[in-house]
Design a protein. Sequence first.
Length: 365
Amino acid sequence: MSGVTLSNIKKAFGPIDVIHDVNTKVEQGEFVVFVGPSGCGKSTLLRMIAGLEQTTGGTIDIEGVDVTHLEAAKRGVSMVFQSYALYPHMSVFDNMAFSMQIARRPKDEIKQKVDEAARILQLEEHLDRKPSQLSGGQRQRVAIGRAIVRQPKVFLFDEPLSNLDAELRVQMRMEIARLHNQIGATMIYVTHDQVEAMTLADKIVVLKSGAVQQIGSPLDLYDNPDNQFVAGFIGSPKMNFLKGIVNAPRIDGKITITLDDATDNTFDITLGSAALNAGDAVTVGIRPENIGLEHDEAVGPTVLLKPEFTEELGGVSYIHTQTKDGVRVTIERRSERNRIDEEDIQVTLPVRDLFLFDADGARLR
């Protein structure tokens, strides 16, 4: 079986193109997350897979069958929405059993499948209750259970946790991950929360303005972003960015960069085939955990920062600072609880941990 394959998917509303030639493959049993900012087209793409939106171009293949023009009910998918969409007058059992009752499945089969879904989702004690008697997390589990009993080829999740509070979101993330491990189903999940994406996904598809920016495993996107957008979107806190300029390429493959806000502001970095000329503008990126709270010119350029405030979270703290030009820089510290009272601090940006992007945001390697 081949999971889900999207080939050259396009979507337009009148003259406005909102999805641009999306190509990706979801292997059977894989958990894939579509992630991106609001308005990037991720929910529209999910709705096209579900059959709730028509495609303007391209094909959608589910387990070897072209379903591009099939109605939603014949695609073998189940969708869990942002709103729970539960029938308030029905019990939990009847909500979960409804699709099978409509299909006139035998009562014994319905009971067996609902009981099994309730066991997986820890809802056995709530089957006789109405939705109004449940917590938000329990209602979302009922919505997921309703999808499970249909035994679909593909589960589709459209921002299912966005209505829950922070603690419940963490709990439900773990439950969805556990569910995937238990039943091994193909799952496609949409969210704007990159923490959800990093926690749940086998593979992440990063979208911006209806176009795929990069596809890869969570750590691959974190460690090797293809462009500045992905680098800034994946990771929490996000990557820090500082402006720089190319001094002069060197024959040995190294180039010299001058960093706008740095004290010792010139450093050499080795690149592969990237073609840069003297005077070209670049953006230098570094993750918060890689900034050193010491002055060491031998390691990389140093920057003078003005601390604004510190988030103390127990095992980790985040120091929020500004450069002299007002660029915000976040520093991560672990296992250190000494407060920084200095008016200014000088930090080092290790060259080995720097990312370089050109004026258009493309990664320079």
